[in-house]
Every structure is written in C-alpha cells, then in structure tokens.
Design a binder for this molecule. Structure first.
Ligand code: RIB
Ligand code: CA
Length: 320
C-alpha cells in the first residue's frame, strides 16, 4: 500500500477535488478525514466531508470534527462568496447522505489515534485553516514523531487572496499557522497561491471530468459558484484547484518542485495580518538577521500540464 494519509479540510469546492484525488487513488491509504471551520462553518464542512466520501464510495474512512473557530481571535468572515453558501456552490444536495456516523472522537483525538496505530509515519495534508494541526501538536507533542510530512495548502510568496497580503487558510488563523510553520519541527511542504494559481484548469479539463462518469459529473456540478469566482479573478474561464495541488504532492512526492526557505507569519492586527513572509535572502544559518523558525520546503514550480493530467487521470479513473 502507498501513502498513509490524513486530510484536514474545510470543504469547499477545491477541497472536494482534493479529497476525491486521495479517495479515488488506489495507491493511497486514506486513514481519516478531519474537518475544520473555514470556507463555511464547521457544521457544513463536516457534513460536506462525510457526504463527499459517501459519493466516492469511501464510507470506510472515518470523519471527525475539529475546531469551529480560530485559536485566539474570532474569525471575521468565511468564503461563502467564493464557494457558495453551503460550501459547494449550493449543490451539496446532489451528494448522497452519509451512511457512516460522524466519529464521536474529535479531530485531534482521531488524528492522534491514527498516528499511534500506524506502523509507519503518516502524511497529513492540511487544506484549511491550521487550527486542528496546531492543537494536535500543542496537546500531544509526541505525535510529531509519527508525522512523515505536513503538506499544507496555504500562504503566498508574492500575493494574498483574502487580503492583498494574506492567503485564506493562513489569514483565518495566523497564530495557529505560525505555531505550525515557525515553532514546530515537523517536515513541512507549503503549497502557496503563487503555484496553485498557475495550475488553474480550463473548461476542457472540467468537461472531461464531467464526462467521466457519475462521480465526475457530480464533482463538476459542485464547481459553478467557485468557477465563476475564478473567471472573474482571471478574466477568462479558469478555475484554481488549490487543495488538489497540495494533495497531489502528498500522494506523489516530488510532483511539485520545492525550494527551502524560512517562513514567518504576521500575527499582528494590521493590514498584513496572516501574511506569510518567505525569507529568500541568502544568509548564513546563524545570521542574526535570519527569520525565526526552521527551513521548510516551499513549492515553487511543477510541470503544469503534467500536474493537471495527473489529477484528471486519478479523478476520472484513467489511472485506475
Ligand atoms: O486560499 C485557498 C484556500 O482557502 C483553499 O484551501 C480553499 O479551499 C480555501 O480554504
Ligand atoms: Ca480548503
């Protein structure tokens, strides 16, 4: 069996594609899914995660609910204008009802139990705010030894989306993001907007997904509001599958080309709150001017058509 994986998620249209990518990949051992507030409130992200797994025929995968709000400051807004009021372009009703009950365990306990039970280190793909991950590592520091990598969709090297400076997942809980990206010592791959935007897919890609069968048709049917948002952003009909880019790296290590940098997070209350400060200065490791924290891998490039084809093949079964 291939990659042992846990996904922490706030579905979310691009989360839906990311969860599908893992759930439909025969070489991925999807151990569990944990939900977090984000694109829409926790009750919605949790329901969406469970019903998406039902759609993919993966009622074998446990789902546990996590944080309903950020660690410190209350969260000013969600992303309903991007993902729709239900998080899935108003089409969550097209998903089957979940047959597997929600775990009684919370997200942190489920992640801890799965890590402890695993016979090898586990990859975790956080594709929403990092509140659950910070809570896990704060409450159970020993869990870090069983985490192979955190492959995180988040941040921006040169731009933001929620604000001009900050990307949504980081902006939603900067304190938790800083704990994970700066203070902890777990291997991290950070997948920022600068790369996910370049991996945007077009109408032809989405048409192939829709034509691939009932799962692909239902998935494509979840994208309308989100696709309209990115058509406005790009001025042409394209859609960014941020979270699927991160999960592609989680399940196919090396598909993204990374560079090693220290990354700080602005936790102030000013206009740059939530900004990821990627330190690309060529300083010596012991230089007192260096950013705090430790070097992490930042995904800066990939074979764009190869990445798009990888995701489409997995979603449509062409690779099964
Ligand atoms: O900024 C993009 C990220 O924020 C994605 O994870 C998207 O689902 C939203 O959560
Ligand atoms: Ca997300």
């Amino acid at each position: 069996m291939g990659t042992k994986l846990i996904i922490d998620t706030d579905p979310g249209v691009d989360d839906a594609l990311a969860i599908a990518l893992a759930a439909l990949s025969p070489d991925v051992d999807l151990l569990g899914v944990t939900s977090v507030f984000g694109n829409v409130p926790l009750d919605r992200t949790t329901s969406n995660a469970r019903r998406l797994l039902e759609l993919f025929g993966r009622a074998d995968v446990p789902v546990a609910a996590g944080a309903a709000r950020p660690l410190v400051y209350s969260k000013p807004r969600d992303a309903k204008e991007v993902h729709g009021g239900d998080g899935l372009s108003g089409h969550s009703y097209t998903l089957p009802e979940a047959t597997r009950p929600l775990e009684e365990r919370d997200a942190v306990r489920l992640m801890l139990d799965l890590l402890e039970a695993a016979d090898e280190p586990v990859t975790i793909a956080p594709i929403g705010p990092l509140t659950n991950i910070a809570a896990l590592l704060a409450a159970h520091p020993g869990a870090a030894a069983k985490i192979a990598r955190l492959v995180i969709m988040g941040g921006g090297v040169t731009f933001g989306n929620s604000t001009t400076a900050a990307e949504f997942n980081i902006w939603s809980d900067p304190e938790s993001a800083r704990r994970v990206l700066v203070e902890e010592d777990v291997p991290v791959v950070l997948v920022p907007l600068d790369l996910t935007h370049r991996c945007a897919v077009d109408a032809d890609w989405l048409a192939k997904l829709a034509a691939s069968g009932p799962i692909g048709a239902t998935l494509e049917g979840l994208t309308s509001t989100y696709r309209q948002h990115y058509t406005r952003v790009f001025g042409e009909d394209r859609m960014v599958m941020h979270d699927a880019v991160a999960v592609a790296e989680a399940i196919s290590p090396g598909i993204l080309h990374t560079e090693t940098y220290r990354v700080d997070v602005d936790c102030g209350l000013g206009p740059a709150r939530g900004q990821t400060l990627v330190d690309r200065r060529r300083l010596g490791e012991d230089d007192p001017q260096f950013s705090p924290g430790r070097p992490i891998e930042v995904a800066m490039d990939t074979d764009l058509d190869g990445l798009r084809g990888f995701v489409l093949d997995r979603l449509t079964g062409a690779a099964r």
